[in-house]
Design a protein around this ligand. Structure first.
Ligand code: ADP
Length: 659
């Protein structure tokens, strides 16, 4: 479309230019015609003048005087001659305006032209012309000249010939209306286009329009060539084209503006359509019900979610007033009252209120309503907009949550029991094993005494029984402690000296050590403070570690006399930075307890899985010892680590807060 308009405009401009050019050409042709006519009639007038010359004069002297006059008035003639019938010169006169005309060449050199003209004149019995010829002048110049010859007859008697020599440039400048030639190029050319004489020229390198006119003289044809420059460098050669151009440009501008306007409008429309589609999609996809009411409580708008909620169509809902169709009949009074109260108040609660609605099938469901005033563009309230959330699903989820919470708690209790059972079975092993050892010992003592009651070692027996009692008590404490630990209760922490801890477990440790030929050494570094801990559980940790250490030293390894069958329990004070930055919380004191054995050491793959529950390398092991130990230590805020001992074996260390 735009292209078509552009093409049309270009065509219009082109046609306008063509038309103008054609018009200019026609004007030029007309002017050339006028100029040619000027020359023809000038020459004709000259012929008459020259004829009159002979009509008045009969003597050479008179003739000369008259010829001088004529030459003075007619610059186009350079010479007048009166010749007799034999062509001999009777009288002549040169133009006063051109000196030295015959310096370069003599008059006789023009004789052929002269003869030609006079032959023609003879033939035609009237004025005739020769062809033009070039006449050189001094100084390298020259003139194109032409001879006119006419027989002179007076009273039926031939007086010879009158010869007028014309200069072609002179003809151009003297015989024409000069106004017509102003600013144009005017030349004479011969039939094949060679320039003969120039009156004026158009500056070179300008495009020109050309008009040529033939001037048919008797015996000679001249071509008058008129050139007119064309304004090639301006875009619009003239007014019409300029007007058409300006109109075209303004039309283009208007078209452009129109196109831009249309584009803008289209964009705005598509944006609007998009926004509408977006709004519609949003409203349709909302699970929240939307409802707008006017000031008379009539429904003005509902979204699909709301229709679905109450089971009515938008047509049924829009326009309905109070009581609303979704109000349960038994609650209408209460709701009406509530509505009145709420709307009387100035501000509506932002968090909304809960209510109960009724579906079209009569089922009730809980909802949350959030209401806000509808304000129009002028700031006037026109109604209320409400968002309604169906709480049915939420209630169901809450119910589900509660049920699963209960199930979870039951499962947790079961898990706790399992944990407790496994811990108890592990931790009770030791006191029970000890009790069993003491009873075996007591039994042996009694066997040795035989029937002799006096030989019974009463003191030993009493001690064995005391130990049995202690271990039974200890078993009881373990049970309580484990139960507390498993229930994650805040346990009673007491402050105990490491030495006391070592002493407490010594009888049990000793029992096993003796069996394995292992020496147990305890070492508490000087200045080591007491620790704050759950005493029973920490004793269990120490017992687990010592038992593991001794089990790593089976009867033959290390050999009896190597001096390495030693298990060391030690304690020392360490300082550790409690805060990560070490500045904010300052330095806290920790006591490190270590159990060092010189047994087989930890194989790398064993070390990796050491704290995994139920990992063990022993047939009778449960694999719970170390994982429980770590839990206990970490509950105290400490850490359990291990490393190889020197020259062999393993050190297990753990930290406890200093008391
Ligand atoms: P259990 O003693 O019931 O096997 P533990 O968790 O106490 O369970 O130990 C797991 C395993 O770690 C043991 O079976 C043993 O192979 C290895 N282990 C523990 N302490 C040592 C130690 N001091 N030296 C070598 N191996 C050890």
């Amino acid at each position: 479309m735009l292209l078509l308009v552009l093409a049309l405009l270009a065509l219009l401009a082109f046609l306008a230019a063509e038309y103008e050019e054609g018009r200019d050409q026609a004007a030029l042709e007309a002017d050339a015609g006028v100029l040619a006519n000027d020359i023809r009639s000038g020459l004709l007038r000259n012929v008459q003048t020259l004829q009159s010359l002979h009509g008045l004069t009969s003597t050479e002297a008179d003739w000369l005087a008259a010829a001088t006059d004529i030459l003075r008035q007619h610059r186009e003639m350079v010479r007048l001659e009166w010749r007799d019938d034999a062509m001999s010169l009777r009288a002549w006169h040169d133009s006063p305006y051109i000196a030295n005309l015959y310096d370069q060449m003599g008059r006789q050199d023009a004789a052929p032209s002269l003869r030609l003209a006079c032959d023609n004149a003879e033939r035609l019995s009237g004025p005739a012309f020769s062809t033009s010829y070039f006449w050189p002048l001094p100084g390298g110049h020259g003139l194109e000249m032409i001879e006119m010859c006419m027989p002179v007859v007076r009273a039926g008697q031939s007086l010879g010939y009158l010869v007028a020599t014309y200069s072609l440039p002179g003809m151009l400048s003297e015989l024409i209306n000069r106004d017509l030639a102003r600013g144009r190029g005017l030349t004479f050319t011969d039939a094949d286009g060679t320039r003969l004489a120039l009156y004026s020229a158009v500056p070179v390198r300008r495009r020109v329009q050309v008009a040529a006119q033939l001037i048919d003289l008797q015996g000679m044809t001249l071509v008058l060539r008129l050139e007119s420059p064309r304004a090639v460098y301006s875009l619009f050669p003239n007014v019409l084209t300029a007007v058409v151009g300006v109109l075209s440009l303004s039309l283009l501008a208007v078209l452009g503006a129109l196109a831009r306007d249309i584009r803008r409008r289209q964009r705005a429309e598509s944006e609007l359509a998009q926004a509408l589609a977006f709004r519609k999609a949003m409203e349709d996809s909302l699970v929240t019900g939307l409802r707008a009411r006017d000031m008379e409580h009539r429904i003005t708008y509902v979204n699909p979610a709301f229709c679905q909620m109450v089971g009515l169509t938008a047509e049924e809902l829009i326009g309905s007033g109070l009581p609303a169709p979704w109000w349960p009949p038994e609650l209408v009074d209460e709701y009406t009252q509530r509505q009145a109260v709420r709307l009387a108040g100035q501000s509506l609660p932002r968090e909304g209120w809960e209510s109960e609605f009724m579906r079209s099938d009569g089922t009730r469901f809980p909802v949350l309503i959030i209401e806000a005033p509808l304000i129009d563009a002028r700031g006037v309230q026109t109604g209320w907009m409400s968002a309604i959330l169906d709480l049915t699903e939420q209630r169901r989820v809450e119910e589900l949550n509660r049920a699963s919470q209960e199930r979870l708690q039951a499962t947790a209790r079961l898990a706790t029991m399992g944990e407790m059972a496994s811990m108890l079975s592990h931790e009770l092993n030791q006191p029970l094993a000890a009790i069993s050892s003491y009873t075996t010992g007591a039994d042996n003592l009694l066997d040795q005494a035989g029937t002799d009651s006096t030989a019974v070692p009463l003191e030993d027996l009493r001690q064995a029984i005391r130990r049995i009692g202690e271990q039974a008590e200890r078993a009881g404490r373990v049970i309580r402690s484990v139960a507390d630990f498993v229930r994650r209760r805040e346990r009673v922490r007491e402050t105990v000296n490491p030495a006391t801890l070592f002493e407490d477990i010594a009888p049990l440790v000793q029992l096993q050590a003796t069996r394995l030929d292992i020496r147990v050494r305890t070492h508490v570094a000087p200045g080591c403070p007491a620790v704050t801990c759950d005493r029973t559980m920490i004793e269990q940790v120490l017992l687990n570690l010592t038992r593991n250490g001794m089990q790593a030293m089976p009867p033959a390894d290390p050999p009896l006399r190597s001096g390495l069958r030693v298990l060391t329990l030690s304690a020392r004070l360490v300082r550790a930075l409690a805060g990560a930055d070490g500045i904010s919380t300052g330095v806290r004191q920790w006591v490190e307890l270590a159990v060092t054995d010189h047994g087989v050491g930890l194989a790398p793959d064993v070390a990796k899985k050491l704290f995994t529950p139920f990992f063990t390398t022993r047939a009778e092991g449960m694999g719970l010892g170390l994982s429980l130990c770590r839990t206990v230590v970490e509950q105290h805020g400490g850490a359990l680590t291990h490393e190889p001992a020197q020259p062999r074996g393993t050190v297990f260390r753990f930290t406890l807060p200093a008391g």
